[in-house]
Design a protein around this ligand. Structure first.
Ligand SMILES: [Mg+2]
Length: 154
């Protein structure tokens, strides 16, 4: 899996997924950047036609997050505190769906994947779009690399 464009949307639909709960930073746009790769913008724009409802669920607390989401055409649950369940619960409630009909998509194991699994959603891990991360995220990245490599931290 590389970025979101590699996700097999048909397979998700066949498994009963009706909505994507997308992380923003480093999943659809590079961290702290308003730049959106045109190909990812078109992938996002095609989601409704592919039969998916969409909500961004982001731990980002900056005011700009709403404008960034709006520029991408979807609403956002900000300050979600992933992996806690509240943001996912709210997104699913707003979309009128059960979480088992949602796929959580993100670039971090300890927020997106762990949080999505805790609420019973399907989870999809993508590679981060940029190497830039918050300091606490950098620590978690090190643990992620260990997990993905199947070993414990030295
Ligand atoms: Mg992220």
């Amino acid at each position: 899996m590389t970025d979101v464009r590699a996700i097999d949307l048909d397979a998700l639909r066949r498994s009963g997924i009706e909505a994507l709960l997308l992380d923003m930073d480093n999943t659809v746009s590079p961290h702290h950047s308003t730049t959106i790769v045109p190909e990812i913008r078109s992938w996002l724009a095609g989601l409704p036609d592919a039969g998916f409802k969409v909500r961004f669920v982001s731990n980002n607390w900056h005011d700009t997050i709403h404008a960034r989401a709006a520029a991408l055409g979807f609403e956002v649950v900000a300050k979600a505190m992933k992996p806690l369940p509240f943001g996912f619960w709210r997104a699913a409630r707003e979309l009128g769906l059960r979480l088992r009909a949602c796929a959580v998509v993100g670039d971090q194991i300890f927020t997106d994947v762990l949080g999505g699994n805790l609420v019973g959603a399907t989870t999809v891990l993508v590679e981060p779009l940029s190497a830039s991360d918050l300091p606490h995220t950098r620590v978690l990245r090190r643990l992620e690399r260990c997990i993905m490599a199947g070993r414990t931290p030295e």
